[in-house]
Design a protein around this ligand. Structure first.
Ligand SMILES: *[C@@H]1O[C@H](CO)[C@@H](O)[C@H](O)[C@H]1NC(C)=O
Ligand SMILES: *[C@@H]1O[C@H](CO)[C@@H](O)[C@H](O)[C@H]1NC(C)=O
Ligand SMILES: *[C@@H]1O[C@H](CO)[C@@H](O)[C@H](O)[C@H]1NC(C)=O
Length: 418
C-alpha cells in the first residue's frame, strides 16, 4: 500500500505539472513558443538592453495571452473555433541584438511578417526558413548575415517585400526568384552578391528593385515593365542600357559607378515619368536628347559626370522643363556652351557642373549676372571664363591641353562676355 502510494506520487505530480503547463500554455501553439524561446536563447544576453522587446519575453505568461502587450514585437492570430493561437508577426526592435537565427524559426509556419532589421544577427539564414510559406514580408536588412539565398528564397511564394540589404550575403541571385510573382519590393543592396542578374521579367508586380553595392556583372537583364525605382549603382555591370526605354513607369534610375557603355539613349531621357537619372561614373560615350520633348518631361536631376561623353553639349536639355540639377562634368564635351543654357540659369536650373571637359569660346552673358545664384563649375575647360563670374573659379586647362579643341570664334553675332 505504502509502496503503491510512493510509486504513484511522482505520477500525480507530473500529471499536475503537465496540467499546469497545458493551462498556462493553452493559447499559443507549443512549437511556436519553443521557436521564440530558441530565438531569445540564440541572442547574447549581454546584448539585450533592459528596455528592449526581448527583455519582455520571459515566458511566464503565454505570448499570445496578453495580445502582444507583454511580449513586445509579436502579433498573434486567434483562429475562430480553435483555442490554439499562432504567431503571425515577429518584428524586433533595432537595438543591436547580437546572435544567430536558429533553425527552429522554421516552425513559425503561420508567420506573415519577419523583421529583424538593424541588429547584429550573423551567420547564415537557416534553410528551414523556407517552411514559412505564408510570409509576405521578410526584412533582415542591416545585420551581418552571410551565405547564399538561393536554397530558400524562391520557396516563399507569398512574399511581396524582401529587404535583405546591408548584410554580407553572397553567391548568385537565383533565377528562380522570378517565381515570386507577388513581389513588389526587392532590395538586396549592400551585400556581396556576384555573377549576372537573372531575368526578372516575370515579376510583373515588381516596382522597386535595389541591387546596388554588390559585385554583379554582365549586362542589364530583362526587367519587368511596372518598375518605378531601379538602383544598380556600384556594381560591375556592362553593355548598353537601350532596353530601359520600354519601362514606362520608371521614376528613379541609378546606374552610377558601373561599366555601362554606348549611348544614354534618347528614349531613356524621354521616359514619361522619369524624374531622377544617375548614369555617372560609367563609360557612356554619347548623350542623346530628343528634339520633341514638348511639355512632357518630368526629369529633375540628370547626373552623367565621369563618362566619356563626346561631341557638343546637348542643346535640347533646355527643353526639359522641370530639370534643375545637371552634372556633365569630367567628360569630353567640346565646342561652345549653348546660348540657351544661359537663359535657363536659375530658371529653373539650380546646379550646373560642366567642369573638366574641353568646352571652348566665350560664356553666355547670363552666367555673369549677379542675380543668378547657382551651384556649379566651369573650371578645367578651354573657355574664356572671366574670374569675376563665380562659376569660372578655378583654372582652365593649359593651351597645350586645349590644342585641337579651341575653335576660331564663330562669325554669328552672339551675346557673350569677355
Ligand atoms: C487548431 O490548430 C491546431 C494548430 O494549428 C491544429 O493542429 C488543429 O487541427 C486546429 N483545430 C481546429 C479545430 O481547427
Ligand atoms: C531596405 O532597407 C534599407 C535599410 O533599412 C532601407 O534603406 C531601404 O529603403 C529598404 N528598401 C526598401 C525597398 O524598402
Ligand atoms: C549619382 O551617383 C554618384 C555615384 O554613385 C553619387 O555620388 C551621387 O550622389 C549621385 N547623384 C545623384 C544626384 O543622385
Amino acid at each position: 500500500m505504502s509502496r503503491d502510494m510512493h510509486s504513484s506520487r511522482p505520477l500525480i505530480i507530473s500529471a499536475i505539472l503537465s496540467l499546469f503547463l497545458t493551462l498556462s500554455h493553452s493559447l499559443t501553439l507549443q512549437s511556436d513558443i519553443e521557436a521564440l524561446q530558441s530565438l531569445k536563447l540564440s541572442v547574447d544576453p549581454n546584448m539585450i538592453p533592459p528596455s528592449s522587446y526581448l527583455t519582455t519575453w520571459d515566458f511566464s505568461v503565454d505570448p499570445c495571452e496578453t495580445a502582444g502587450s507583454k511580449f513586445l514585437g509579436i502579433l498573434c492570430s486567434f483562429p475562430s473555433g480553435n483555442s490554439t493561437s499562432r504567431i503571425t508577426t515577429l518584428e524586433l526592435d533595432s537595438v543591436g541584438y547580437d546572435g544567430f537565427l536558429p533553425p527552429r524559426i522554421g516552425t513559425l509556419t503561420a508567420l506573415t511578417s519577419l523583421d529583424l532589421s538593424g541588429n547584429r544577427f550573423r551567420g547564415p539564414v537557416p534553410d528551414t526558413i523556407k517552411n514559412l510559406n505564408r510570409l509576405t514580408r521578410i526584412t533582415l536588412s542591416g545585420n551581418f548575415f552571410t551565405g547564399g539565398i538561393w536554397t530558400w528564397i524562391y520557396r516563399l511564394k507569398k512574399l511581396e517585400r524582401i529587404n535583405l540589404s546591408g548584410n554580407q550575403l553572397s553567391g548568385r541571385i537565383p533565377a528562380r526568384i522570378s517565381k515570386l510573382r507577388r513581389l513588389t519590393h526587392l532590395s538586396l543592396s549592400n551585400n556581396e552578391f556576384s555573377q549576372r542578374i537573372p531575368n526578372l521579367y516575370a515579376l510583373e508586380k515588381l516596382q522597386i528593385l535595389e541591387l546596388d553595392s554588390n559585385m554583379l556583372t554582365g549586362s542589364l537583364p530583362n526587367l519587368p515593365s511596372r518598375l518605378t525605382t531601379l538602383s544598380l549603382s556600384h556594381n560591375k555591370l556592362t553593355g548598353h542600357i537601350t532596353s530601359l526605354v520600354n519601362l514606362e513607369h520608371l521614376i528613379s534610375v541609378d546606374l552610377s559607378d558601373n561599366l555601362f557603355s554606348g549611348p544614354v539613349n534618347r528614349g531613356v531621357l524621354a521616359l514619361p515619368r522619369l524624374t531622377h537619372l544617375n548614369v555617372s561614373f560609367n563609360k557612356f560615350t554619347k548623350m542623346e536628347v530628343n528634339n520633341y520633348f514638348g511639355s512632357g518631361s518630368r526629369l529633375q536631376t540628370l547626373n552623367a559626370q565621369r563618362n566619356r561623353l563626346q561631341g557638343h553639349l546637348p542643346v535640347k536639355l533646355v527643353n526639359l522643363e522641370r530639370l534643375t540639377v545637371i552634372n556633365l562634368a569630367h567628360n569630353q564635351f567640346a565646342g561652345e556652351i549653348p546660348v540657351g543654357y544661359g537663359q535657363r540659369l536659375g530658371r529653373p536650373w539650380r546646379t550646373l557642373f560642366l567642369d573638366h571637359n574641353y568646352l571652348s569660346g566665350r560664356v553666355p552673358s547670363e552666367f555673369g549676372s549677379a542675380v543668378v545664384k547657382i551651384r556649379g563649375s566651369l573650371a578645367n575647360n578651354c573657355l574664356r571664363c572671366p574670374l569675376r563670374i563665380p562659376l569660372c573659379r578655378g583654372r582652365q586647362r593649359s593651351a597645350s591641353a586645349c590644342h585641337g579643341y579651341t575653335q576660331i570664334p564663330q562669325t554669328i553675332q552672339r551675346k557673350t562676355i569677355d
